[in-house]
Design a protein around this ligand. Sequence first.
Ligand SMILES: CC(C)(COP(=O)(O)OP(=O)(O)OC[C@H]1O[C@@H](n2cnc3c(N)ncnc32)[C@H](O)[C@@H]1OP(=O)(O)O)[C@@H](O)C(=O)NCCC(=O)NCCS
Length: 150
Amino acid sequence: MDQAVSIRWNVPPADLAEVRRLSLYPFKSASLQLDEEMTATPDTIFAGAFRENEPIGCIAILPEAGYDCQWRIRWLGVLTDERGRGVGAKLVRAVQQEAVNKRVSLWAEVRIKAIPVYERLGFESLGDFFDLPEIGVHRVMRWSSSGLRS
Ligand SMILES: CC(C)(COP(=O)(O)OP(=O)(O)OC[C@H]1O[C@@H](n2cnc3c(N)ncnc32)[C@H](O)[C@@H]1OP(=O)(O)O)[C@@H](O)C(=O)NCCC(=O)NCCS
C-alpha cells in the first residue's frame, strides 16, 4: 500500500463532495441536490483518503440499522487514477476499526465491482443481487468483529 496515502476521519462533507461525485457518480453534474445526500442523515461520519492534502477517496458510516447490523457504510469511492493500489481496502479497513471502537456491526449495498474488496476484508454477502437505477448491480454485505447471526 502506498504510504503517502493517509486516512482522515470527520472530514467535512463539503471537502469530499467532489471526490465522491467523480468516483461514484461521474455521470452526474455537480449540484446542491447531489451534495445534500451527504448530510441527509444526522450523525453521518465521513473519512477521506488523502494524498498529501488532496482527497483521492471517501467513505461514510451512518447509524442506519439493517440486516441485524447497527451502522451502514455508504459512498466508498476512489478517483479513477488512484484505483488498484489498495486505497479502497484501506478505507474499508478504517471503517472496520471504527466499528470495533464503537462496538457496532456494519452493512452496505455494495456495487459488483467492490464486492471482492469487501470479501477480502471478511464481509459476507446476503441475499440476491439487485439493480439500482443508473448505478447497476449490487448486493448487500455485512460484517461484525464479533461474528454475525446466521
Ligand atoms: C470500488 C473501488 C472503491 C475500489 O477502490 P480501489 O482503491 O481500486 O480498491 P483496491 O485498490 O483496494 O482494490 C481494487 C483491486 O486492486 C487490487 N490491488 C490492490 N492493491 C494492489 C496493488 N498494490 N497491486 C496490484 N493490485 C492491487 C485489489 O486486489 C483489487 O483487485 P480486484 O478488484 O480484482 O479484487 C473503486 O474502484 C471505485 O471507486 N469504483 C467506483 C465507485 C464504486 O463502485 N464504489 C463502490 C460502491 S459500493
